[in-house]
Design a protein around this ligand. Sequence first.
Ligand code: ATP
Length: 315
Amino acid sequence: MANVKRIAVLTSGGDAAGMNAAIRAVVRTGLHKGWEIFGFRNGYAGLAGMKWCRLTPAAWGTSSSSAERCSERRATWISKIEPGRRIALDVLEHHQIEALVVIGGNGSQTGANALSLMGYPVVGISSTIDNDLYGADITIGVDTALDVALEAIDRLKTTASSHHRAFIVEVMGRDCGYLALMSGIAGGAEVTVIPEVPVDPEDIAVQIRAAYARGKAHAIIVVAEGANYNAAKLMEFFDKHQERLGFEVRATTLGHVQRGGSPGAFDRLLASRLGAAATDAIDRKEYGVMVGLQGKRNHGDTTCGCRFPTRKNWT
Ligand code: ATP
């Protein structure tokens, strides 16, 4: 292939704070290399609907982003089913797009891998608040989501103290406990429940009673949405046994407030670095890779390409 001239970028799956900064970096660094950059809206669905536009320094951001879960059926058909993927490749070829950047999480990168295995030049950028991407130590959006969870925990602690209550705080993360674990540690939770370690609610009750016995005015239980006992199931248990246990519990599910909003400095910088790393990978014609942060010194100092892992490592 001659030198690349036209590339496209799309975001897919759940939104994560910093995705737009990654688009921005792809656009900026791509333009700097002398390329034309296009954006497809609505994730993989946009490839079939030809919802696309040229991206300029003035046109990145949510207007050009496709971080929407709408058209999920169409998106799934395009990325998961072979005839759908063929249509996507036809559209890319029709527009003379020579490489595609996919910003997203586990599902999105699985779709990117599938297109790559069909011979199309694809580079992924690891972005999901779940932090469940193989090969990346921390993905775009995690840090901001963690800050949101911590702010909520801090606020709930004040309320919990004034009523001597225990509070369950459910955080996102699908089947990955990273967000819950980090929120629990940084938020000083009495108990943290993650999908990777099934719990017995009786054991949680023992911990909470012990906290009260130590003189604590409140107790915080951070729960991952994918845990064997999520907030709803724990509430069912605690409501049923309140009299026997001797303490009251309330629950707050943070849900989608963890996804949106302005990215923090860490996510903005990570997104900028990964966006630049993606266009550099295209420049080197290094396709079939996902760029992500590896290395745990401070904010990490290496952006590495890792091969799209085989499907068995993915959802
Ligand atoms: P997040 O981690 O934030 O949820 P994600 O990328 O994992 O992000 P999903 O909704 O799982 O979000 O997937 C996004 C898109 O990726 C889907 O709309 C679908 O088009 C595609 N996708 C999901 N799973 C697969 C798969 N197994 N094979 C091919 N494409 C997939």
